[in-house]
Ligand binder design. Structure first.
Ligand SMILES: NC(=O)c1ccc[n+]([C@@H]2O[C@H](COP(=O)([O-])OP(=O)(O)OC[C@H]3O[C@@H](n4cnc5c(N)ncnc54)[C@H](O)[C@@H]3O)[C@@H](O)[C@H]2O)c1
Length: 248
């Protein structure tokens, strides 16, 4: 129960990784504000007392107005936020001549701008909490660019640099900020990628030395660790969770 008494906002909480993170935070005793633009899937196996700690909140964070409205409601309803996990993400495929303005804007508005806006809005509360921690879900491809994903790769590289900048600028006030850089984790986003590119999961798994794709719960474990005091000297890090896969 290492997150007991803490309030943690998780975006993308209806997605594969985000729902695992929201659930793991609640299992560890945290109160979770689970934000997504779609409903979080119901997990009948979740104990009632854990489910009761997850407060779902529908919001579209792709605009400044959407983020402001979310922040106003969150700050009005909760005394403070102790943790923020920016997990919502959009992947638009293609190299530069394939992606259009809309692909670029969609990628940056959610993957980068929303991260900046939610961090800025919650910063005073996170600092006041005394044990504030931010975890931004970037990507392995933000560190080592994969081919034909220029908007996604570069937006995730921005998330890594943003996380390190925030860690350096506010470490003196006790805030910790880290980025997680997952490789191939089996979620709806990756299933869709496999379907559209006609690649079998087993073939993708062959490119991963551990011989399989990652599970959302494995990213969630790392996230709760980075939110908790167990990681009290880890800040400004970009941590890869990839099964030792090499990109490129
Ligand atoms: N699955 C992987 O292999 C993998 C690898 C590296 C990084 N990531 C990153 O992990 C995060 C989660 O990915 P996932 O695989 O669980 O994807 P997913 O598609 O299952 O989940 C993403 C969630 O973000 C939400 N979202 C998107 N736009 C939103 C908006 N405007 N407002 C509110 N919510 C919005 C979606 O509704 C969805 O529930 C993403 O940031 C992704 O880039 C995933």
């Amino acid at each position: 129960m290492e997150l007991e008494g803490r309030t943690i906002l998780v975006t993308g909480a209806a997605g594969g990784i985000g729902s695992a993170i929201a659930t793991a935070c609640a299992r560890h005793g945290g109160t979770v504000i689970a934000v997504d633009r779609v409903e979080m899937p119901h997990d009948p196996s979740l104990p009632a007392e854990v489910g009761a700690r997850i407060i779902t909140h529908l919001a579209d964070i792709s605009t400044a107005v959407g983020c402001s409205a979310l922040l106003a409601e969150v700050l009005a309803g909760f005394e403070a936020a102790d943790g923020l996990v920016n997990c919502a993400g959009v992947m638009r495929r293609g190299s530069l001549l394939d992606v259009d303005e809309d692909d670029w804007a969609a990628s940056y508005s959610v993957n980068v701008d929303a991260v900046m806006r939610l961090c800025r809005g919650l910063l005073p509360s996170l600092i006041a909490s005394g044990s504030g921690a931010v975890v931004n879900i970037a990507s392995q491809w933000g560190l080592h660019a994969a081919g034909r994903h220029i908007a996604y790769n570069s937006s995730k590289a921005a998330v890594v640099s943003f996380s390190q900048s925030l860690a350096r600028d506010y470490g003196g006030e006790g805030l910790r900020v880290n980025a997680i850089c997952p490789g191939e984790i089996l979620t709806p986003m990756v299933r869709q990628k496999l379907e559209t590119s006609n690649i079998a999961e087993a073939v993708l798994a062959e490119s991963i030395p551990l011989g399989r794709l990652g599970r959302p719960e494995e990213v969630a474990e790392l996230t709760t660790f980075l939110l908790s005091d167990r990681s009290s000297f880890i800040s400004g890090a970009a941590i890869e969770i990839t099964g030792a896969q090499q990109v490129g």
